[in-house]
Design a protein around this ligand. Structure first.
Ligand SMILES: [Mg+2]
Length: 258
């Protein structure tokens, strides 16, 4: 395969499934580290901070630095800042709350993801994967914020995400759909395929999209993300999608990148 100066890897379904590293990932990353290339890991999963992803990768035998991790949670925080949304109601996990608060945003339900009713004006409802706190009451509180004027922002719209042993679980898109339906609002979606997450990283490192390859397991997020950002997309068939669209390369495992 052609050599690129920048490699962007999806995580779930590309590097690992649940807590299992995917065959070939450790070897491929080790080999790429020997070359003079830039590496990023871009995940739509907003449940964890960058440090948590670094620790997970290191446990699997893959070296990574915090500034190489691009998350939909961080990108969502940056987006909220860019549109002046400062008071946020979160339908998500503690990692997302930490990321938003770390960027100086006010999370109105910081101490309890079940606040109802919410005091004062809320600028945005941010929805991501929300496994422990999701409840009818939480959806109701979020809906009241949106109908009172808050914008609806989704960290990502993945319908599902891959687990170990070939299983799948409902993703953030499932929760976002519920909020969009009850509030009659079209959400702004920040994660892949929106190229927002990658543009800042490429600009900051003076990397051209044409020199960048995005490797991921989903056509609707990773491959469309590559296209939207002007990068080359490569589908790896270790996760969700098994057949690449016309004009897109497909590989069975990351070792085929070398
Ligand atoms: Mg994936």
């Amino acid at each position: 395969m052609r050599r690129y100066s920048c490699y962007v890897f999806d995580l779930d379904g590309t590097i690992y499934r649940g807590d299992e590293v995917i065959d070939g990932a450790v070897e491929a990353l080790k080999e790429l580290r020997k070359r003079d290339v830039k590496i990023f890991f871009a995940t739509n999963n907003s449940s964890q901070t960058e440090l948590a992803y670094v620790n997970k990768l290191v446990r699997m035998g893959i070296t990574a630095k915090v500034d190489e991790i691009l998350t939909s949670g961080r990108a969502t925080a940056k987006y909220c800042q860019s549109v002046g949304a400062r008071r946020i109601f979160v339908v998500g996990e503690p990692g997302l709350v930490d990321t938003l608060v770390g960027e100086g945003l006010g999370v109105v339900n910081f101490n309890s993801l079940r606040v109802h009713p919410v005091e004062g004006k809320v600028d945005a409802v941010v929805a991501g994967i929300c496994r422990d706190a999701l409840s009818y009451e939480l959806l109701d509180s979020a809906m009241q914020c949106i109908t009172a004027g808050a914008r609806l922002i989704g960290t990502n719209s993945d319908a599902t995400y891959p687990l170990a042993q070939g299983k799948f679980a409902p993703g953030a898109g499932t929760i976002l759909s519920a909020l969009a339906t009850c509030s009659g609002t079209k959400p702004t979606i920040i994660g892949k395929p929106n190229p927002f997450m990658l543009f800042h990283a490429l600009q900051a490192n003076q990397i051209l999209p044409s020199e960048t390859v995005v490797v991921g397991d989903r056509i609707d997020t990773d491959i469309m993300f590559a296209k939207a950002a002007g990068c080359t997309g490569v589908l790896v068939t270790s996760g969700v999608d098994k057949e690449a669209p016309n004009g897109t390369a497909s590989i069975g495992g990351l070792q085929e990148l070398l």
